[in-house]
Design a binder for this molecule. Structure first.
Ligand SMILES: C[S@@+](CC[C@H](N)C(=O)[O-])C[C@H]1O[C@@H](n2cnc3c(N)ncnc32)[C@H](O)[C@@H]1O
Length: 287
């Protein structure tokens, strides 16, 4: 089974862990949000602010899940257009229904497409954002190259992403490989944040900053999950059985599965010189 089919299968569940929302991320818990919904929104806001989303922007959301962050970005930052792409047809269908129901279809388009083979002309977006999804892209470097191509000169790439902590060896490497297998992370994506930054530069980006925010993600997420399970022991049985198994193990071991992993916010910019060559023509054709 390819990583792509495994990931499609893994995310086929229609019932994510959020209280009301359908975010599929671990959330950003700085400022102590009370719910996973709030923490997931905070993660989307963090990425949106890091990308400098603003009115007039054309935004590509790579790995858009059920589209919750697209709705949030459309309302909060007012970009001209957001295109969300996802390989999961089930998620795309639900995301489209949500966007239609909220009357946002004129500004938010959700499509089936892979982040590693983006079906868009060069220089057609001002921002590319991947919220906790690039870990699955096979390989992530193909996404970096595709993002560089579809960004206009001066455009920004922002990811929140999961990768191994620096300096893992021996048994650490083995548990990393097992976790990667279960979560649908290709081997090729298993490198620490310094290499992540290097690969972004090698793809042509500048102003690359890759910052660990793991203390505001893994441990507070796990504590939140443990609290929710105490209040609502039936919570996990309403989820997909595989996810239920992972989260049960996570709570039982005090989040041991997160130990060797880093969680980063990465920002990078395509050099502005690109603007001279491509911007006018390709952008006008697509949008
Ligand atoms: C952890 S979920 C994050 C979803 C959403 N960004 C959020 O924060 O709620 C990862 C998402 O990436 C999508 N995905 C995985 N591989 C992909 C690929 N190659 N191209 C596009 N989307 C992909 C999955 O289907 C899933 O929706």
């Amino acid at each position: 089974m390819s990583v792509r089919s495994y990931v499609e299968w893994l995310y086929r569940t229609a019932r994510p862990l959020g209280e009301q929302s359908r975010y599929v991320n671990l959330g950003y818990w700085r400022g102590r949000p009370a719910t996973l919904d709030e923490a997931s929104e905070a993660l989307a806001v963090l990425a949106g602010e890091a990308a400098g989303l603003r009115p007039g922007d054309a935004v590509l959301d790579a790995g858009c899940g059920f589209g919750d962050q697209d709705v949030l970005w459309a309302r909060r930052f007012g970009p001209r257009r957001i295109v969300g792409i996802n390989i999961s047809a089930a998620q795309v269908a639900q995301a489209r229904r949500q966007v239609d129901a909220l009357g946002l279809a004129c500004r938010v388009e959700i499509r089936i497409a892979s982040a590693t083979e983006m079906p868009f002309p060069a220089a057609s977006f001002d921002k590319v954002v991947a919220l906790e999804s690039a870990l699955h892209f096979d390989p992530r470097t193909a996404f970096f190259a595709a993002a560089w191509r579809v960004l206009r000169g001066g455009g920004r790439l922002v990811t929140t992403d999961i990768l191994p902590l620096p300096g893992r060896r021996g048994l650490g490497k083995l548990s990393e490989a097992l976790a990667a297998l279960s979560w649908g992370i290709p081997w090729a994506n298993l490198y620490p944040r310094q290499v992540y930054a290097h690969l972004l530069r090698a793809a042509g980006f500048e102003d690359v900053v890759v910052t660990s925010i793991r203390e505001h993600v893994f441990a507070p997420f796990n504590r939140h999950l443990a609290r929710r399970l105490r209040r609502d022991p039936g919570l996990l049985s309403r989820l997909d059985p595989l996810f239920a198994m992972y989260w049960r193990a996570s709570v039982a071991t005090g989040g041991m599965g997160f130990h060797g992993w880093d969680y980063v916010l990465a920002t990078a910019r395509k050099p502005a010189a690109e603007r001279k060559g491509r911007r006018g023509t390709a952008r006008a054709r697509f949008l």
